[in-house]
Design a protein around this ligand. Sequence first.
Ligand code: NAD
Length: 409
Amino acid sequence: MPNDPSSLSRRKFVAAAGAALVAGAAGAGQAQELPSGPAGRPDPSLGSPEPLPLDRQLGFAVVGLGKLALGEIMDAFTAARRAKVTALVSGNRDKALRVAARYGVPESGIYDYANFDRIADDPNVDVVYIVLPNALHRPFAKRAFRAGKHVLCEKPMATNAEDCAAMIAAGRAANRKLMVAYRCQFEPHNLTAMRTLRHGDLGPVRVVTADIGRATDPRDPADQWRLNRALAGSGSLFDIGIYALNAARFLVGEEPVEVRAQLYAPPNDPRFREVEDVVVWTMRFPGGAQFHGSTSYSYGFTNCIQVTCDRGVMVLDPSMEYHAQRLRIRDRVIQWSPIDQFAREMDHFCMAITDNLPIVADGAEGMQDVKLMLAILEAGRTGRTISTDWGYRRAADPATTVPDNLGVA
Ligand code: NAD
């Protein structure tokens, strides 16, 4: 919780401790033997425990002070080495003032949704981080680009492909960078899983299975907009099923060429008047791998991914927690000490901006997930197999682009 001082001190500890590997059943040594990608050499500066001097860190404006921003992102600036928070954008000035006081943001860095465009004149803001309901990502990204800022946008990138295309075009027109905040691509267990699969140690991937769900609570304002189609885009798939989709793509290292699906919404549950509850879907990858999985807004909390290969099985369970993943490769259990995924993704974006490096999750990557999710929903609605072989190839593979050490090696 943002008001819990222990969370801040824990994060400072994590940032400082950084490197420790918590021995799983296999012990630390075996985890360190795992292969890294051929180009996955550590970047010394990103791995350094020392942050850049404050005047060389990029300033971030956080737009939307809801659950994610207050529960994770604000604290993440403590662990970040290249990103600092310099502005807040909120509809609630009292809340913004309280948060600003806690995190050292000057009053001059507080904006509301109406006067947000004045951020163009704020030299302390380099990046706008959009943490708003999904349908608001496009308008705020466009306004941020018009203001001459770079944009980090929460997932899903938008509620439809037209919005994604408009965001990409706005970034190009402004000559500013756009990244979608896929934190798991910076998380050591997910990276270890990717690198192990790329190395080929387990043989070809045959099947990826994933079940990701949680129970929504209509009394919670953060769930109210999630159950509203106009604001959310769709139900569980756009919110949390996206993690299974994105992970299947980064684990297999290919793009799915066809999808099939079934949708279900319990008829008498008032939560599902506008959005689906359960989506069960399959995807076929060109190299022969298959995916089958599900997502739901009424499951007990689960986020388990299994990869079955010719020479063994790996399981990420949990796969997308904020602080505690667990990876099993055959019978070896690997558990890295927690790192701040949000800090790592912000640092990656800062490096991409300052050093003009490839972005692991650029706008095209965010748009690919949105297009695939729309294809999955169409497959569910029509009962048809939908071809998704439209030739997309991601610009940068996290398995080889994100440095090995990420504060953990
Ligand atoms: P939230 O409801 O807690 O926060 C949203 C904020 O937007 C609130 O401060 C709310 O007041 C504000 N807001 C402005 N206009 C609004 C409107 N018209 N309707 C509703 N709220 C409005 O939601 P959240 O859980 O913080 O999610 C925000 C974004 O972050 C979403 O895109 C979500 O998918 C994403 N998210 C990502 C992760 C992750 O791990 N990367 C986790 C949670 C949420």
